[in-house]
Design a protein around this ligand. Sequence first.
Ligand code: CU
Length: 140
Amino acid sequence: MAIRGPMHFVANSKTSSEVGCKAQSVLRALRLAVLFIALASTACLAEDQTTTGAGPVATVSMDHNTFIPAEITVVPGTTVTWVNKEDMPHTVVDANKGFRSKFIGKDTSFSFTFATAGEYDYLCSIHPNMKGKVIVKPAG
Ligand SMILES: [Cu+2]
């Protein structure tokens, strides 16, 4: 009795510590689940921003028969807006026919969203010497 008693107690305490371990691993799993849900909802927010079209933007001015800056580098998804600053009308025409504006008068603009990486040479169809380039490449 004197020997079996303590042994029984040891066995019991071992069992209870195993139960404790299980409880801890359940807690750990819960914590991981909460972390996962937090990460997943962050990813959803980022996706919503992309689908609502609130992507990055860039502006090119047209002044003195020149695109300013003549060359810009943007990430995919960027909307580039060309703004005409002078009385002379201009156009923005992609050399590879990906986009083409109408006549852009003073203080009016034309926008195009570049979804695909690549180099886009463009010009003003009224002034063929007026050239520009948009380089679209992923960040990093
Ligand atoms: Cu022009």
